[in-house]
Design a protein around this ligand. Structure first.
Ligand code: BTN
Length: 252
């Protein structure tokens, strides 16, 4: 059903399709590291019964309408404090794919939500296992809304809702896996400046004054970028402040 991408070196050369599962991230993390669970393996399903999102949220996706899959990476070359570079690479890969497929305006909301016309079209959940201070495995779980027409959350959208057409899921997957490999190889080849530059160019609300909530207080500030450990950099009246994902919320 899902095609092995023709143009990749290792990503998606092994695709494990399960019609239904709890969470593809869980299936991928349970694969042993020999052959089947090796770097580039993709676990994909039509229906997740317990899809997981960031901050212990659920990830809901109408069965058969969207892409819900997990990619196994083995970034043994990467320091564990640099995991955020994979966050950036994977979000850029999704960004690249969506802009190509829809020709629509798309942004990355820090750290890795993909917004299409200001609404969330894709979420990414990275989960890693570490041993001896090195990565054993990083699972990149991607939920990309494609043909779903109705959402309970008004802040969610799909490629189809925006571009008013239906997409072939295998074709979108093939394209996305190619982009994931290109961006992952940029991390591996230490092309960090280029990745960061691409990320900052499409970072949602960068250089705009917005309201935020952190440490029990609401405050105004301007997103300027990220720091060397991937924290959000906000310029406030008191100077620059830096936040990790657990500390800060956006206020609309
Ligand atoms: C988010 O909250 O924005 C992240 C959502 C990630 C959802 C994907 S769907 C495939 C993979 N399996 C999961 O259980 N979660 C991720």
């Amino acid at each position: 059903m899902y095609k092995i991408p023709a143009k990749t070196l290792f990503i998606g050369k092994n695709i494990i399709y399960v019609p239904e599962c709890h969470s593809t991230n869980d299936v991928a993390s349970q694969l042993n590291s020999s052959l089947i669970g090796s770097e580039g393996t993709v676990v994909i399903t039509d229906s997740q019964l317990a899809g997981r999102g960031q901050k212990n949220n659920q990830w809901l996706s109408e069965p058969g309408k969207n892409l819900t899959f997990s990619l196994i990476l083995v970034p043994s070359f990467l320091n564990i404090q640099d995991q955020f570079k994979l966050t950036i690479a994977s979000s850029l890969a999704v960004y690249d794919s969506i802009t190509h497929l829809t020709l629509s305006h798309c942004h990355i909301k820090w750290p890795n939500d993909i917004l299409l016309h200001g609404k969330k079209v894709c979420g990414i959940l990275l989960e890693s296992s570490i041993s001896g201070g090195r990565f054993l495995k990083v699972i990149v779980g991607i939920g990309l809304n494609i043909n779903q027409q109705n959402f309970t959350l008004p802040s969610a959208t799909s490629l189809s809702l925006v571009s008013k057409k239906q997409f072939e899921l295998p074709e979108v997957l093939e394209f996305l896996l190619e982009k994931l490999e290109v961006r992952y190889l940029q991390v591996k080849q230490q092309q960090w400046k280029s990745l960061l530059n691409d990320y900052l160019c499409v970072l949602w609300q960068r250089d705009e004054r917005q309201r935020f909530f952190a440490h029990g207080m609401e405050f105004g500030g301007i997103i300027r970028g990220i720091d060397p450990i991937g924290q959000l950099q906000i310029e406030t009246d008191e100077g620059y402040r830096y936040f990790n994902t657990k500390e800060i919320e956006y206020r609309m």
